[in-house]
Design a protein around this ligand. Structure first.
Ligand SMILES: [Zn+2]
Length: 91
């Protein structure tokens, strides 16, 4: 299956800079658990509202937040479950 075009947005310099500016804005602090993490490889720049390929949502700073990896993974799992519930589909 071909990759959706927005996958490439994560690879360009603009995203790297945006990601770092979000971490700086949030003072390297996870918005969920309050963990302060100086190592940016352990932080995730998360889209509050899933962008689903919408460039506007993807780049909007108001739609971005700093999460630690743990919180990010938990959040994504919960979202996944919720969407499975609403669609009534279980894999
Ligand atoms: Zn956290």
């Amino acid at each position: 299956m071909p990759q959706p075009p927005w996958k490439a947005w994560y690879k360009i310099a603009r995203w790297r800079l945006r990601r770092l500016s979000i971490f700086l804005r949030d003072l390297y602090t996870c918005r969920k658990c309050g963990l302060v993490e100086g190592d940016t490889s352990l932080l995730v720049c998360d889209h509050i509202k899933p962008h689903r390929g919408d460039a506007q949502l993807f780049w909007c700073e108001a739609n971005l937040q700093t999460l630690c990896k743990d919180c990010h993974d938990k959040l994504k799992q919960a979202e996944e479950q919720a969407s499975l519930h609403t669609r009534g589909v279980w894999h």
